[in-house]
Ligand binder design. Structure first.
Ligand code: HEC
Length: 124
């Protein structure tokens, strides 16, 4: 009995510590630089990606607005967000992003994007 309570307390401590250690991903510091490096060459007015999809990645507002068909980010759910799927390397090569690059984004970058969306895709 005593042991169970002790173990429970220990587990709780471990969980709250790991929640504390989970760093919040920043749009400005972590996410925008990825768009700058991998997406903005095409997703600005006049660029190939913007012209075909209407998706402008210059600002948080235009990012959240999405394509001419609507949003590509569902805050809180990277699994169902079009943007995250397209850069994951699992999308069909015809629509995988960055366009024309096999395998999508480097894994650490797509993982960071997933984390940011799962944390609510905030303008932080
Ligand atoms: C070399 C140019 C290029 C780059 C770089 C690029 N894109 Fe694209 N993007 C395109 C083109 C072209 C389309 C339109 C594809 C189509 O529908 O045929 C597109 C479409 C999209 C769409 C809309 C897809 C849809 O189904 O409506 C999203 C979302 C997107 N890109 C995200 C990104 C992200 C995020 C990056 C950076 C990781 C990126 N793109 C980098 C060219 C590019």
């Amino acid at each position: 009995m005593k042991v169970t309570i002790l173990l429970g307390g220990l587990l709780l401590t471990v969980f709250s510590l790991s929640a504390f250690a989970e760093k919040e991903v920043s749009y400005k510091k972590d996410i925008f630089p990825i768009f700058q490096d991998y997406c903005l060459s095409c997703h600005v007015p006049g660029g190939k990606g913007y012209n075909r999809s209407g998706f402008d990645l210059r600002t948080y507002k235009s990012l959240m607005k999405g394509t001419k068909f609507g949003p590509v980010i569902q805050p809180g759910s990277s699994l169902t967000s079009t943007l995250n799927v397209l850069v994951s390397g699992h999308a069909s090569p015809a629509i995988s992003m960055p366009y024309g690059i096999k395998g999508g984004l480097p894994k650490d970058k797509s993982a960071l994007l997933n984390k940011w969306v799962d944390q609510g895709a905030k303008d932080n």
